[in-house]
Ligand binder design. Structure first.
Ligand SMILES: O=P(O)(O)OC[C@H]1O[C@](O)(CO)[C@@H](O)[C@@H]1O
Length: 477
């Protein structure tokens, strides 16, 4: 671990934010933003910065501390992984939302695409599966395929009570007991809150190994806690470099001057665009490895910023809608809409400067003009040019867009990306004047589920559900 200590290398690996195409000079005056508008927000920006500084000082925003305060946690994780080396063929994460999406993104970004399929690529490490749903076909099929005797299950739930995760756990637990009897608990490791929820109670009663999610770290901000670090370490991802990248970016993101702070600048531009009716925020990585980052970001942005009430309790029903896309794939799907549809979007490209592989397109079909121009180029050139061309076309069509430039994908740059987007979200929450760290909107649906399934204390939800108005059958055709 710690391969890339030198400052020069870190500077070379610094993620940059290019916001040229958010401004009137590029996309025209009707839609483009101006520096004057940012100027006019200066009091709000100052207040937002001070709020984050205060939150940092009072340890309210635990995600900001993760790059700094986990030395012992990392040591414990690495020791645990070492202790279990060679014992398991599979590690399976049972979790959902913030307890799953980060790890899915890390695995796809930082491990070979065919890691699970290839023993050579795994180099003795376990395969990784993240089961973040309760679809009976998916989970049922998994149960038929997996050999639980060769598998370690990492049950991740901050609350220790999420119905989906606990359901998965109960099913797996039964299988483990059927196959392994008393040894079942050797195949379980929990990641949860230290002081609340059912998982910690079970862990304590049965002596199950547990890693903790700090109380001040929200689920969707928790990928750099043991939530992501433990499974990542099992599959050989350099978790020290991840944290080093996060720390590097976090220091940049503490700068009060928004022109030096990519998290603040991007949050501000997205906020202003939202005020102008551009309420949809598209993340468009031109990299299959970063595809699942768009998914992770969607939860971060949606659950954090989509709120009914502002801080004063006034109904505002605010929040940009995140959309996940993939370049070049979505050039043949969603991009038509982005080019010509309503002016209601901001596109954030993720552009990778240097890919980890180079694939050459062979010369051939010299007599066919429509093919011969491709020969001799590389796929690397093609995807890069396609990004640039799409960016140019969007800009010409007066569509707001910006680019997060990633020198190459590695643990250090991925750590930066995570921290950048998390600080950006927190800053945007301040500008929208909402609490970016709760999620009251998901409770009602959960409570109906509890009631319908007969959970004690939720009888009224069941009654309400059963007495709901009848559906008009003529509208079901
Ligand atoms: O880690 P937990 O407590 O199981 O929660 C899982 C997810 O459920 C939510 O609470 C609601 O969807 C998310 O905020 C969270 O990431």
């Amino acid at each position: 671990m710690h391969y890339y200590q030198n400052k020069e290398w870190q500077e070379k690996m610094r993620i940059r934010l290019d916001v040229n195409n958010m401004f009137a000079a590029q996309v025209g005056e009707e839609h483009g933003l101006t520096k004057e508008r940012i100027e006019q927000l200066s009091d709000q920006l100052k207040a937002a910065h001070e709020a984050l500084v205060k939150a940092r000082e009072t340890s309210k925003l635990g995600f900001m501390e993760l790059p700094y305060n986990q030395k012992e946690v990392v040591e414990e994780i690495l020791a645990y992984v070492e202790e279990n080396k060679g014992k398991f063929e599979n590690i399976v994460v049972l979790g959902i939302g913030g307890s799953a999406l980060g790890m899915i993104a890390l695995q796809r970004a930082l491990n070979p695409f065919y890691y699970n399929e290839s023993a050579e690529l795994r180099q003795g490490r376990p395969r990784l599966y993240v089961l973040d749903n309760v679809d009976p076909e998916w989970f049922g099929e998994f149960l038929e395929q997996v050999d639980v005797k060769k598998t370690l299950f990492n049950v991740i739930s901050k609350s220790g009570g999420t119905a989906e995760t606990m359901t998965q756990y109960m099913i797996i637990r039964k299988h483990l007991e059927d196959e392994l009897g008393e040894k079942a608990t050797d195949h379980l490791v929990f990641t949860t809150s230290k002081d609340r929820g059912n998982l910690i109670k079970i862990a304590k009663a049965e002596g199950i190994k547990t890693f903790f999610i700090p109380e001040n770290v929200g689920g969707r901000f928790s990928v750099l806690s043991p939530v992501g670090l433990l499974p990542a370490a099992f599959v050989g991802i350099d978790i020290c470099e991840l944290l080093a990248g996060a720390k590097y970016m976090d220091q940049i993101c503490q700068n009060e001057d928004i022109w030096q702070n990519p998290a603040y600048l991007n949050a501000t531009l997205q906020y202003l665009a939202y005020q102008d009716g551009k309420t949809i925020s598209v993340m468009l990585p031109y990299s299959s490895a970063l595809k699942d980052f768009a998914d992770w970001y969607a939860q971060l942005w949606a659950e954090s910023l989509g709120k009914k009430l502002n801080r004063e309790g006034v109904v505002v029903n605010v929040g940009p809608t995140p959309v996940k896309a993939l370049g070049a794939t979505d050039q043949h799907s969603q991009v038509q809409l982005y080019m010509e549809g309503p002016f209601d979007k901001v596109i954030t490209f993720l552009e990778v400067k240097r890919f980890r592989k180079e694939v050459t397109i062979p010369e051939g079909y010299k007599e066919i003009d429509g093919l011969s121009y491709l020969g001799g180029h590389t796929m690397n050139e093609l995807i890069t040019v396609e990004k640039q061309a799409t960016e140019m076309a969007l800009t010409k069509n007066n569509r707001l867009n910006c680019t997060i430039i990633i020198p190459e994908i590695n643990a250090f740059t991925v750590g930066q990306l995570i921290q950048l987007l998390e600080v950006q979200t927190a800053f945007a929450g301040e500008l929208f004047n909402i609490n970016a760290f709760d999620q009251p909107g998901v409770e009602l649906g959960k409570n109906y589920t509890y009631g319908i399934l007969g959970r004690k204390g939720y009888e009224q939800m069941k009654e309400e559900f059963e007495s709901r108005s009848e559906k008009d059958t003529s509208l079901i055709i």
